[in-house]
Design a protein around this ligand. Structure first.
Ligand code: G6P
Length: 370
């Protein structure tokens, strides 16, 4: 069994470490013209159909839904098409507003999640073009979708998804860039610049993985708490939601992810002396705003750990208790990096609590009942 785990103590840790490879494999073969163009040859959707897309729905469950939250922002920003995301069990019964010009993107690691499959079938019946982002080529979802964009993360065994989520982000980046190219909403130079940043991600993840001790120490610190918060704005909020879910799944510590600016509208009442708050502060455009929110929780006694870029750490340390630096990339791509310390945090917190990391209570890797 240790051999299967490639020398790691758990599948989850092995899979966290497989992310650089998963990124490379998912990108490979999809970048052309000397790094100036994305080509998704596997897609059946025609350039004319892409031109005609009026709206996009992203539908998934669990961690895949969280990848979809990032994907929605990526597509909106790069392609300027309205995107809505929903969890499959809600979408399926919400009589979704679908026209033939609606692109529905379903996201599923396993390709077998019953709720997601039912949502896919509902969308198809209503006339949408359905594109699946999945990690399993021969899965039910891959078979039923009109188009499949495969993530090449390799088999994921641990119940808590890590490399599948981050590879789904890569798939969304590729798809967003491709749609932007076809609709000419980004220039060739913009795309080339993005491709360069995309290609740098695997090495950047490697550098973070070599530096996991800080997260291990912080995980041991929070493992004694029963409640904590994740806060962030924009893409940081989307990643916060995934970080919070990961922590709940395997450490059983209760956490909430909050849009940093929304705390003061109610949840701030829960902030008390000593409660850990993990603040994601990677989005320059809203950095100062998030810092104000950090000050709000600090003033109520919270113990704040910030995740940001090196250049902001010294400044942030005036307002937070500790800070962790992640490498610099384009703002849109930061989720592919910032999720890594959060995965390590959950892993080490679960370990510190003596839990079964790879097989958390009550959860299954793939849920095939609705
Ligand atoms: C289960 C797993 C989650 C996963 C979700 C969706 O609940 O425990 O980790 O995110 O299903 O799975 P899928 O295979 O559709 O991505």
């Amino acid at each position: 069994v240790t051999a299967e785990k490639g020398g790691f103590d758990h599948f989850m840790l092995k899979e966290i470490h497989e992310q650089p490879k998963a990124y490379r494999d998912t990108i490979r073969g999809r970048v052309h013209d000397n790094g100036r163009q994305i080509d998704l040859k596997e897609l059946n959707i025609t350039p004319v159909q892409i031109q005609n897309i009026r709206n996009v729905h992203i539908v998934a469950c669990g961690t895949a839904y969280h990848a979809g939250l990032v994907g929605a922002k990526v597509i909106e920003q790069l392609v300027r098409i309205p995107v809505a995301s929903d969890v499959a069990s809600e979408y399926r019964y919400s009589s979704p507003l679908i026209t033939p010009d609606t692109l529905v993107i379903v996201v599923s690691q396993s390709g077998e999640t019953a709720d997601t499959l039912a949502a896919l079938r509902e969308a198809k019946a209503k006339g949408a073009h359905v594109l699946a982002i999945t990690n399993v080529v021969g899965s039910s979802i891959a078979r039923d979708a009109d188009d499949v964009l495969v993530t090449l993360a390799g088999p994921e065994i641990a119940v808590a998804s890590t490399k599948a989520y981050s590879s789904q982000l890569i798939a969304f980046y590729l798809l967003g860039m491709y749609l932007a190219q076809v609709r000419a909403t980004q220039t060739e130079d913009d795309i080339a610049q993005m491709i360069m940043a995309l290609n740098a991600l695997p090495e950047q993840v490697e550098s973070m993985l070599e530096n996991s001790d800080a997260m291990k120490a912080y995980a041991e610190q929070i493992s004694h708490h029963e409640h904590l918060f994740f806060i962030g704005r924009g893409l940081d909020y989307a990643v916060a939601q995934e970080g919070s879910l990961k922590l709940k799944e395997i450490s059983y510590i209760h956490s909430e992810a909050y849009a940093a600016g929304e705390l003061k509208h109610g949840t701030l009442a829960l902030i008390e002396e000593g409660i850990p708050v993990i603040a994601l502060v990677t989005q320059e455009a809203v950095l100062e705003k998030t810092v104000s929110n950090i000050k709000e929780v600090k003033a109520r006694g919270a113990d704040v750990m910030a995740i940001s870029h090196e250049e902001h750490i010294a400044g942030l340390l005036k307002s937070v208790d500790q800070a962790f630096a992640i490498p610099k990339t384009l703002p849109l791509f930061t989720p592919a990096l910032s999720v890594v310390p959060l995965q390590l945090l959950s892993y080490y917190a679960s370990l510190a609590r003596g839990n079964d990391v790879d097989k958390p209570r009550n959860l299954a890797k793939s849920v095939t009942v609705e």
